[in-house]
Design a protein around this ligand. Sequence first.
Ligand code: NAD
Length: 440
Amino acid sequence: MRVGVLGVGHVGLVTAACMADFGHDVIGYDDDGHKIAALRAGDMPFYEPDLDRLVADNVSTGRLRFSGDAVEALSDREVVFICVGTPSREDGSPNLAYVQAAAQAVAAHARGPVVVAEKSTVPVRTGERIRQALALESQARQGTAHHEVVSNPEFLREGSAVEDTLRPDRIVVGADSTNAHEVMRRVYTPQLERHDCPYVETDVKTAELIKHASNAFLATKISFINAVARVCELTGADVETVADAMGHDPRIGRAFLNAGIGYGGSCFPKDVEAFVHIAAELGYDFGLLRETQRINREAKVWPVHQLRRLLWNLQDKEIAVLGVAFKPGTDDIRDAPALDVIDALEADGASVRLHDPVALDQVRGRFARAELYEDAREALRGAHAVVTCTEWDEYRKIEPEQLAELLAYPVVVDGRNVWDPAALEAANLRVASVGTPFSG
Ligand code: NAD
């Protein structure tokens, strides 16, 4: 099939490469000329495991192309996936201007009928607005083509986006006509032949809600275990053992029960906020999610409270911060909890020494005084304390004895429970680990 992908960011580029891998003829279009130029030169605009290989393989077969020319990219496509950003506005509502612009571009340039698939995360009822935008733009250009809108929410996770897209745990397609469902079936048949998974067919609104409900549920699971962690700290119980034992219950599951300094990234914070906002607009106060957000804000200030408890004043203290990416496996720092931690440390007058294995380029120049280190051990050498903000595997390889040797003061605030607190204490370190009783 002739597939267009509008917006080749984290979602769009992976979608384009995977659709090409399934045998479709794919054009990725973006209005960011630099991104298109980089992709045409064979460079990846961001780090994502295996994506460079998948893109290169499919470009070499001719099934995948990139274009910054909307006419070339959109005129003859049967299906166009909208993968543009939907960032939060000041009031928490999602900014859907990019989605509208994308829909207008399809209507302006398509020569025949197109199925327009929302992959961007959008609030329920956005499909109706896209339909309206398509119709208005077509009419304004005296077009006669009847475009259809489907919701096809994306569930990939950065860091394992290629694997998640090649072998998803479900595909959700919301459409309001048999024809649109049939077209989407044709799009996904080659994928389902390679990897069978539940294929959920529903109406557009239900599909839109599935995405917001899924992300809000996962964020709530994280906040739930972080609230349990606070109780563990106050009682001397151990949150990891609590989470492991809870996780044995298949109704609960162990995933997303890792206590830490809160969720971040480009999706959970904005999607929870958008869901609260759309629910309020519809007349429902989603108090549960507002509490999820409150607990997450509390989780992000936890490390700085611990440092103040252990070091007293942070003015002129050298603090090593390990990890800035919002999670391991990505260089994405959008809404990363580490950013809040570093801002708070700098506001207290501390000097931050920052390490991350892949995300340093993203923060260059962002902070007033933070020094960036390519080597985690160099960041630790002579620091008054260390805070872990991302659980990169390489940090686990630093032995507690080595930590004790490198640090000027023996203070560890383990925001991601990278190390075993008992082993840290055995190395005479003063430790704050999330959800375990504090030493020091
Ligand atoms: P991104 O910022 O990485 O990419 C968006 C791309 O769209 C950019 O390259 C931008 O230049 C392009 N763009 C914006 N307006 C355009 C226009 N009018 N025409 C052409 N290109 C345009 O964003 P992302 O992380 O890929 O997220 C995209 C959407 O997918 C969001 O709604 C997000 O919530 C959702 N989503 C993201 C993830 C994730 O893990 N990143 C997972 C699931 C869903």
